[in-house]
Design a protein around this ligand. Structure first.
Ligand code: AGP
Length: 616
């Protein structure tokens, strides 16, 4: 959701804040703002509706705003339309408190009424203005200082938040607080940086502090002190981030999405190498870094996978793969449903939470629900130190590096690897996969990066094909089994970046309703990587073709008979069919990307979306 940055130190703050915000624009981009203090002077607040570049132009790249202490925000609207008035920072009427916020204050109306009774007035429709004025109220009422005022506010508000606040009486300081919304802090060479995601400050330092849930921090130049809700100091360890700062730059590509598509061979390889080790010429699967042991695995009786969006689609693939290799029942559930559904769980249920950001509110809540119900939890997470990574019992760290494009590609691909590795380990622990089979699967898994590379090399052909469908109204993706799971992701990739309506359908289900939407020229993409289901899906493709559909087929080399049916075919290299998603998804990502490009859309920042959804 919204992005937050803060800086206090030796340099001019505004250019640093704008630079940090540019790394966080994927978190929200309907308006942006900064507040900067120059010594004892009142903060200067500048806001702009629209993309960050408007704010940048308004402040002459930040050079027009003097001062070395400031906070900034890029917004994804929750309460109140995108407008300059609703943009952050928000201030108390006398500029005593100025702050930015990420999250939602659920009881903001009740708090607003209380503040109005105490003489406060409101200029915006945001819940943030209420939070800032509540801090101001407690600050003036109790007169015990910023930490006390923020703590009292934290106790009073319901919801999730990351807050960065400046007080008129404390010119050299910024205060931060969080609950269920991320916030990281870095200190380097007399400067202190704050960001709601690591990429915002990665350029300046790789040594990061994470503010814990329901904790606060006081930042001054080159220093940071942490506090718990009682106002007591808390000691923190520094975490070293291994990500390369260049990984958060476009590096010559036109968009982050295409750059991240190209990074897939490398990040898939890195993730495979983190768990598949060669010992005396023998391949071994080593999940020790996750904390899960063979004994833990052997005790698992059933698995629930819960996640959102593309991560949920990885869960759907996992259901097929894990059940096939282990014969253990797997249920996959959208995280926002799981938490309210009273799921049937036992101590023998392993709950797997998949999340790139590790901060998705619904996924985090599902994790907490599972733990509260006595289940062991495995987080498959990309962002080190994220809430899910810290709270799960076992953690599989995917090595996708920073993913900036809103539409996930490389994180999805590394999550698949985590699932394959986990499924193989489970199959082995359960005695369902023997040594020979494990070796065969690990050997094949190691061939995936090169095969992904070959598919990316065919991008020009896919670009040509995609450009013909920039005016499409509806696109359908059909497949059976794992191919259906692949379709779910292909369809999401297309609709989120190209704004073309699209649906993924189990191929056999199409004729139970959706087939009525097929018109002359409607693009239907059939995915056929599972040999046992090939002919069945071909029949379903023929059914839509006879109703006018234009057919694109995605299948493995060797299945050349598809060319009798499909109008356009994309062949993927042969692999074990359980791994087919890793290959078939590549052309589908490229189709989404190139259709969006041909429509002239902002691929990396699709309308209404945000990368990390930290509200319910
Ligand atoms: C997919 O392209 C989207 N960005 C979205 O569906 C995403 O996968 C979902 O919001 C989950 O995010 P997470 O992996 O960070 O939890």
């Amino acid at each position: 959701m919204c992005g937050i940055v803060g800086y206090i130190g030796k340099s001019q703050a505004a250019p640093i804040l704008l630079d940090g915000l540019s790394k966080l624009e994927y978190r929200g981009y309907d308006s942006a703002g900064i507040a900067v203090r120059n010594g004892e002077e009142e903060p200067v607040v500048v806001k702009a509706k629209g993309r960050l570049k408007i704010l940048s132009e308004k402040t002459n790249e930040g050079n027009a705003v003097l001062g070395s202490c400031g906070i900034g925000h890029t917004r994804w609207a929750t309460h109140g339309e995108p407008s300059e008035n609703n943009a952050h920072p928000h201030c108390s009427d006398d500029m005593n408190v100025v702050g930015v916020h990420n999250g939602i204050i659920e009881n903001y109306q009740e708090l607003k009424d209380k503040l109005i009774r105490h003489g406060y007035t409101f200029y915006s429709q945001t819940d943030t203005e209420v939070a800032i004025k509540l801090i101001d109220y407690y600050y003036k009422k109790y007169q015990v200082g910023p930490i006390d005022a923020i703590a009292k506010t934290m106790v009073r508000v319901r919801g999730s938040y990351a807050l960065a606040v400046m007080f008129k009486d404390y010119p050299g300081e910024i205060y931060a607080a969080r609950k269920d919304s991320p916030m990281v802090i870095g200190v380097a060479d007399g400067n202190t940086y704050m960001g709601s995601d690591v990429p915002a400050i990665l350029k300046y330092t790789k040594d990061i502090y994470y503010i814990g849930n329901l904790e606060m921090a006081r930042l001054s130049a080159g220093e940071v002190t942490f506090f718990n809700l009682d106002g007591d100091e808390v000691q923190k360890e520094v975490t070293e981030i291994k990500w390369d700062a260049d990984a958060a730059e476009k590096g010559g590509f036109e968009h982050f999405m295409i750059k991240e598509i190209h990074e897939q061979p490398k990040v898939v390889k890195d993730t495979i190498n983190s768990v598949v080790k060669e010992n005396d010429g023998k391949l071994e699967l080593d999940l020790s870094a996750t904390g899960i042991t063979e004994e833990d695995l052997s005790e698992v009786e059933n698995i629930v996978i819960t996640a959102c969006g593309s991560a949920y689609h990885v869960g759907v693939v996992a259901q097929y793969v894990i059940e096939d290799w282990t014969r253990i029942p797997v249920r996959v559930e959208v995280a926002s449903e799981f938490r309210y559904r009273k799921p049937i769980l036992s101590e023998k249920t392993l709950v797997v939470i998949i999340s790139q950001s590790g901060e998705t509110a619904d996924s985090l809540a599902a994790l907490r629900e599972a733990k509260a119900r006595g289940c062991k939890t495995l987080g498959i997470v990309n962002v080190v130190g994220s809430s899910i990574a810290r709270e799960a019992d076992y953690v599989f760290q995917t090595l996708a590096g920073p993913e900036i494009a809103v539409a996930t590609t490389k994180a999805y691909s590394t999550q698949l690897i985590a699932i394959y590795a986990f499924a193989i380990a489970l199959g082995k622990a359960k005695g369902m996969l023997d040594e020979e089979k494990v070796k065969e699967l690990l050997t094949e898994m190691r061939t995936l990066p090169d095969k992904i590379s070959k598919l990316i090399d065919e991008k020009d052909r896919i670009q040509w094909f995609s450009s013909k469908f920039s005016n499409a109204k509806d696109v359908f993706y059909i497949g059976r089994g794992i191919d259906y799971a692949i379709c779910l992701e292909g369809s999401l990739k297309l609709k989120e970046v190209s704004y073309i309506h699209s649906e993924a359908y189990a191929a056999g289900e199409l004729k139970h309703g959706t087939i009525s939407l097929i018109e002359d020229g409607t693009l239907v993409v059939g995915v056929l990587t599972q040999s046992a289901l090939f002919e069945k899906t071909i029949s379903n493709m023929v059914e839509v073709k006879s109703r006018g559909a234009y057919l694109c087929g995605v299948t493995s080399y060797g299945n050349y008979s598809i060319e009798d049916t499909a109008d356009f075919t994309i062949f993927i290299p042969k692999t074990d069919e359980h791994f087919a998603t890793s290959l078939a998804v590549i052309p589908l990502q490229l189709i989404g990307y190139y259709i969006s490009v041909s429509k002239g859309l902002d691929v990396d920042k699709p309308r209404n979306l945000a990368k990390s959804v930290t509200v319910e």
